[in-house]
Design a protein around this ligand. Structure first.
Ligand SMILES: Cc1cc2nc3c(=O)[nH]c(=O)nc-3n(C[C@H](O)[C@H](O)[C@H](O)COP(=O)(O)O)c2cc1C
Length: 355
């Protein structure tokens, strides 16, 4: 059995703006997974927290696929304290394949940014999601589903969209990663395809104009950033619930584990034909501001983000020891208009040995 079959599933993991910040080295008894900081230099990726989360999702896919295809993975996170780019060293032992219910969901999982139906989710599903996440050590999933809570969370998360259009660094990173045509997408196999953003045509045209920083500054004077935030708030309000992944330690291991939990939740939702949309921007900005990375964020935006976080904290009844790691909305969203491709496995492999 070839390990490439497992790796091909692992790299279907989600990542911020579809940056795919990983490289893989095959070793004599398994594989090593590396983070590539240069692939995601955004303000959202303070101390590589967002990338570590994405790696957690990759490792979750890896473990599911390995067992399904006949390998027992022994995963050690950050085995070299002097090299935090080495996220995991995985030793593999050949075993009889152990069919995994979630295996088929790895390839089907996708981000869905459409408005969702505000349906009532069955309590048993919510319990499954909570326990899938809390099976990962040090991680907890909190869910909020009442209309009033949803309103607050929709508004608080959409503040991020205002910030993206008003902060030059956030703006630059977003538009560097937008892919405008299918042809370009076919070549790049990374980044965020415009059709996955689920914008109506007129909004797409304005979005294109807003890709120039000079133009967006003028349009913001006419209220664009606030209008966009309002429109996103309305979309986010069409959700069955919001989820917040919470950790207790602000270290790299915990962000990887938060990513493992996120992927478990996402795959379980996929199994039930339900959708998930990360609304993580505001959380990553809070982590950055609280960690002291404020140089590139104006006082006005810091205040805006901190106010939003107070609301999020109140809805989820967080205490001061809880660290928010990731927020998302979930519900019945149907089929997204487009999906995001992945780089070929070959291009992610470092020269090495063969398992
Ligand atoms: C750490 C992380 C942060 C993300 N943040 C956001 C976000 O704030 N808003 C959003 O629309 N999508 C977000 N995403 C979703 C990614 O854009 C998406 O996973 C990527 O484009 C690949 O698409 P796919 O999930 O459909 O495979 C995030 C994903 C990860 C893993």
């Amino acid at each position: 059995m070839d390990i490439d079959a497992v790796l091909s599933q692992a790299i279907q993991a989600p990542s911020g703006d579809n940056c795919q910040p990983w490289e893989i080295q095959k070793t004599s008894d398994g594989v090593e997974i590396f983070n590539v900081p240069a692939k995601d230099q955004s303000l959202y990726n303070f101390r590589q927290q967002a990338s570590y989360l994405a790696h957690g999702a990759l490792l979750e896919n890896f473990s599911i696929a390995a067992k399904h295809l006949g390998f027992d993975p022994d995963v050690k996170l950050f085995p070299d304290a002097n090299n935090l780019n080495l996220v995991a060293r995985i030793k593999l032992r050949i075993i009889n394949p152990q069919p995994q219910q979630l295996f088929e969901c790895i390839a089907k999982r996708t981000t869905n940014r459409k408005p969702y139906k505000n349906i009532d989710l069955p309590p048993v599903l919510l319990e499954t999601l909570e326990s899938a996440a809390s099976d990962v050590p040090g991680v907890r999933l909190m869910l909020a589903k009442g209309a009033q809570q949803r309103n607050i969370l929709a508004k608080s998360s959409a503040i991020n969209e205002q910030a993206v259009l008003e902060n030059e660094y956030l703006h630059k990173f977003l538009f560097q990663h937008v892919v405008w045509t299918r042809k370009q997408l076919e070549q790049l196999k990374s980044g965020m395809f415009i059709k996955t953003l689920e914008m109506p045509r007129p909004a797409e045209t304005v979005f294109k104009m807003a890709s120039s920083w000079k133009t967006v500054c003028i349009l913001n004077k006419l209220g664009l950033s606030k209008i966009v935030a309002k429109q996103n708030e309305q979309v986010y309000n069409h959700s069955a619930a919001f989820g917040l992944i919470v950790i207790k330690n602000n270290n790299h291991d915990s962000f990887v584990r938060a990513g493992q939990a996120l992927e478990r939740v996402w795959l379980n939702l996929t199994k039930e034909d339900l959708s998930l949309h990360p609304v993580a921007g505001i959380i990553f900005l809070i982590l950055r501001i609280k960690g002291g990375g404020v140089k590139e964020i104006s006082d006005k935006h810091q205040k805006m983000v901190l106010r939003s976080y107070e609301n999020i904290k109140n809805v989820f009844h967080l205490d001061d020891t809880d660290i928010p790691a990731f927020m998302f909305r979930l519900g019945q969203g149907g089929k997204p208009s487009a999906t995001s491709p992945r780089l070929p496995l070959k291009s992610l492999l470092r020269p090495g040995q063969n398992f």
